[in-house]
Design a protein around this ligand. Structure first.
Ligand SMILES: Cc1ncc(COP(=O)(O)O)c(C=O)c1O
Length: 388
């Protein structure tokens, strides 16, 4: 089955003789304990039975089956947030004195978590560029356990070339963990390129309507089983209503992503020609870090367009305040267009100097292009740019 069919039909839960067309919300803390439940529980097959909603829930299971199908993995887990998914997954495979290779080209919250590991858990981190396989290999130490990168980085959209360090990682038993939030499972499947585990902030494209928080992890059964044991201990389990919304949203992911991809490319081209814009970053645009890799591997470039406005942060703030349709707000991946500046939102925890070194220069704006009519969006952007 192809993407849209899987997204709509995978993960249906039957409940005896009642056969609902869609998966209902099992809003219950726990389930009846039967002999079968005790038996499986005592055999360590807890995940196969319904006991307690922090452990598992039928609504959640339906959403997890959909996620596994569309991200091309054997199994999946849902979390109460993207950070819950990231922290639980990394801590499943790390012990004190281990080492991670990652990048400062990641979401600020993920960077802060890596610094927490370094400062409080004696887990060292080396930061390199995601599109520099030799740099990743050079940074590897005998105690390196994980390569952790974003498939398309927040906010500068730098690609992680998974294939580059795959063989090297495999020989040393290093796990490649990829945050695929910005591309979504529709545009790219990192597991097919050699990643061991894929993570999503499902708050973004997978949820798609800016009305929920959730995280997802997809991988093989063995890895997912290990992460699940941490999930139930750390407690970042999603609520059944959250799971229902995720399962419902996945059904429209393909049509939403097609429009996000199309609108974003058109807007990137518009901004690229605008005299008040100094630079535009978008995977399918000329001048992108590695547009050949992007065109060969991604079905689309996603909905985020990052650009640098002339006049620095002040001009950027002024521009955002003039927008009428596009809202100035954090987050991304929803049906409505949102705009923010990384210097005072996602990357506020880095110093100005560190941001400049990474390329998050003064005037950098992150635009999450929604699925509105693209001509209305361009008109809105054009008017706001004319006023700064
Ligand atoms: C790439 C990426 N990963 C993870 C997260 C964290 O996700 P959440 O806010 O759902 O915890 C974010 C949040 O913006 C993000 O952009």
């Amino acid at each position: 089955m192809k993407f849209s069919t899987l997204a709509i039909h995978k993960g249906e839960i039957n409940i005896g003789k009642i056969k609902p067309v869609i998966t209902p919300i099992f809003q219950t803390t726990g389930f009846h304990l039967t002999n079968e439940v005790y038996e499986k529980f005592l055999k360590g097959k807890e995940r196969e039975v319904w006991i307690y909603t922090r452990h598992n829930n039928p609504t959640r299971k339906a959403a997890e089956e959909k996620l596994a199908a569309i991200e091309k993995g054997e199994d999946a887990l849902l979390f109460s947030s993207g950070m819950g998914a990231i922290s639980s997954t990394l801590l499943t495979f790390l012990s004190p004195s281990d080492h991670i290779v990652s990048s400062k080209h990641i979401y600020g919250g993920s960077y802060n978590f890596l610094m927490e590991l370094k400062n409080h858990f004696s887990i060292d981190v080396t930061f390199v560029n995601p599109d520099d396989p030799e740099g990743i290999i050079d940074a590897t130490r005998p105690n390196t356990k994980i390569y952790f990168f974003e498939s398309l980085s927040n906010p500068l959209l730098r690609p992680f070339i998974i294939e580059g360090a795959k063989k090297f990682a495999e020989k040393r038993g290093i796990k490649i963990i990829v945050d695929n939030t910005f591309l979504s499972p529709y545009n790219f499947n990192p597991l097919k390129k050699g990643a061991d585990i894929v993570i999503h902030s499902a708050t973004k494209y997978i949820g798609g309507h800016s009305d929920l928080l959730a995280g997802a992890v997809i991988g093989n059964k063995e890895n997912i089983e290990k992460i699940w044991k941490r999930l139930i201990l750390f407690g970042a389990s999603p609520d059944p209503i959250q799971c229902f919304l995720i399962e419902r949203s996945i059904k429209t992911l393909a049509v939403r992503m097609e429009r996000h991809n199309k609108n974003a490319l058109e807007i990137a081209n518009f901004l690229n020609l605008h005299p008040k814009v100094e630079k535009v970053i978008y995977p399918f645009l000329k001048g992108y870090y590695n547009s050949d890799y992007a065109k060969k591997n991604y079905k689309g470039g996603g909905g985020v367009v990052t650009f640098k406005i002339k006049g620095g942060n002040e001009a950027g703030m002024g521009f955002m305040r003039e927008l009428k349709i596009v809202k100035e707000a954090p987050s991304l991946g929803g049906v409505e267009s949102l705009v923010s500046m990384p210097f005072n939102t996602s990357h506020y925890s880095l110093s100005q100097e560190e941001r400049e070194r990474l390329g998050i220069e003064e005037g950098t704006i992150r635009l999450s292009v929604g699925i509105e009519d693209v001509n209305d969006l361009i008109e809105d952007l054009e008017l706001a740019l004319s006023l700064v």
